[in-house]
Design a protein around this ligand. Structure first.
Ligand code: CS2
Length: 493
């Protein structure tokens, strides 16, 4: 089969192999600036938006994809060369692949190369929404103080160099300042990250920054910017070389960075858009008055479930999530964690059968075609654990209820942070706090609870005797008997 590079010019050459955009991309205007163009955004929001662009009358809602970090240079270069086009490969449950080319990203920008261009784009009249997938760690939230981390050197650099920002807060502030000066309408800033109350978090963190950097802008933001909460869901593993090669071989598409994902997708959005919004409900998204309880459910069950499987699985020596969940002992442990520790913290959720939801998660985790990487799941655990697991622990402790499973997973994380699995193989740890984690993990070998001193992660959990005791027990047991033996004991207890 002939192979052609994916770009505008070649797009129609692929029409017999895969679905391609049926709308005229040249007519689509940018109504959304999206920051963070990794796999998740491209499997989720960009897909919903592509679906919408196929319907009449939605041409104002194209996406300008912004790569914020220097680290994102490669993904930016790829998308730039491909005119924003990429292939989305859905790995169906029966193992077949559904492929389509997504066209909703009609512009791309690389912030480190040209900050003013990004600021101008965010401040342009046609843009009505700025959406974000900047990861859990990108919000500059300090777990110990529950506040914005004003001492972060990058934040200080943005305050000193407002026209050359490097953080999202610096960019948004400059763009909003221009919008105010130009007398433009308000705008919506919508987080699509896995954070409880992601809209509230974005608002709180941004306003904290603006109070320091540009205090006279605070009032305008309060009156003109909305921050809808949303729950986002679609498992999107990292693209592998195999995925790239398979696509070239079977479809003739030379796409340097396709995105692969599971069939399931969900997006529940709070309907709070000051400057209008796409009718994403016409393509499967749900709009709701209050999405926070649904976010909590997803974070505490799906994302926490991932962390449980990831951390325990990494220590045992597995590579992918499906492998771990097919270990009956670990699957039982996870189910018990969900049933005995998480469920009672969730309250009632209208329209959701939690039993069905939990069961569906086990099935999604077990999808053997997805092969979600444990390395991906365990990456940045120091930002994920405070969001995915600790709210459950804190509520359970307050209610004098069970925390055995959670304490076990956190103790396993302390052992994981030593950097080797139980077979003695090096773990590939990717975490902004990697050095601190490692130092504390070493200290924990003498006294396990020293690991809990990482305040930015654990807050003051080290002061809770019940938790400390459970954590220390679990740690000793893991070191003595290994993860799986301990899991069997806990399952039988
Ligand atoms: C995962 C998420 O990053 C993680 O640890 O739990 O990326 C998860 O796959 C998505 O939130 C699924 O919606």
């Amino acid at each position: 089969m002939n192979t052609y590079q994916l770009n505008n010019k070649n797009l129609t050459l692929f029409k017999d192999q895969v679905a391609i955009p049926q709308y005229n991309r040249a007519e689509v205007k940018t109504g959304i600036v999206h920051v963070g163009i990794g796999g998740f955004h491209r499997a989720h929001q960009a897909l919903y938006t592509d679906d919408l662009l196929h319907q009449e009358g939605n041409n104002d809602w194209g996406i300008c994809g912004v790569a914020l970090l220097k680290f994102d240079q490669k993904i930016y270069n790829t998308l730039k060369e491909q005119d924003g086009l990429y292939t989305l490969v859905v790995k169906e449950l029966d193992g077949t692949l559904s492929k389509r080319i997504i066209g909703s990203m009609v512009e791309t920008l690389f912030a480190p190369e040209n900050p003013s261009k990004v600021i101008e784009k965010m401040a342009s009249d046609e843009v009505k929404i700025i959406t974000l997938t900047i990861t859990e760690g990108g919000y500059n939230y300090n777990e110990a103080t529950s506040e914005f981390d004003a001492d972060n050197p990058q934040i200080l650099q943005d305050i000193a160099n407002p026209l050359n920002p490097i953080t999202i807060f610096g960019y948004l502030t400059q763009a909003l300042k221009l919008r105010k000066e130009r007398g433009l309408d308000g705008i919506t800033i919508q987080s699509c990250d896995n954070i409880q109350g992601n809209g509230h978090m974005t608002q709180k963190m941004l306003l904290s920054y603006v109070k320091m950097a540009e205090p006279t802008l605070v009032g305008w933001i309060e009156n003109n910017v909305s921050f809808p909460n949303s729950m986002v869901d679609r498992i999107t593993p990292a693209t592998t070389q195999n995925d790239v090669e398979e696509l070239t071989k079977t479809s003739g598409i030379d796409d340097a960075w396709p995105v692969v994902c599971e069939p399931f997708k969900q997006w529940v959005i709070e309907d709070n858009f000051v400057a209008g919004r796409p009718a994403w409900e016409n393509v499967g998204a749900q709009f709701a008055k209050d999405v926070v309880p649904y976010e909590k459910m997803k974070l505490s069950l799906l994302n926490a479930g991932h962390s449980v499987l990831g951390i325990l699985g990494a220590l045992i020596g597995y590579n992918t999530i499906d492998e771990v969940v097919h270990n009956k002992n670990i699957a039982t442990f996870l189910k018990n964690y969900m049933d005995k520790e998480v469920t009672s913290t969730l309250g009632t959720l209208e329209g959701v059968d939690l039993e069905v939801y939990k069961q569906s998660l086990i099935e999604r985790f077990g999808n053997i075609n997805i092969k979600d990487q444990i390395d991906r799941i365990c990456s940045e655990s120091s930002a994920k654990i405070p969001i995915f697991i600790l709210p459950t622990v804190n509520t359970q402790l307050k209610n004098k209820a069970n925390i055995k499973h959670a304490a076990f997973v956190l103790a396993a994380w302390a052992v994981y942070s030593l950097g080797k699995n139980e077979k003695g193989t090096d773990l590939n740890i990717k975490d902004a706090l990697k050095t601190t984690l490692h130092q504390k993990a070493i200290a924990a070998q003498q006294n396990s609870t020293l690991f809990l001193e990482i305040e930015t992660v654990f807050g003051d959990l080290r002061k809770n005797d019940v938790f400390v005791q459970a954590f220390a027990n679990a740690y000793d047991n893991i070191v003595k008997k290994g993860v799986e033996k301990c899991v069997i004991d806990i399952n039988q207890s």
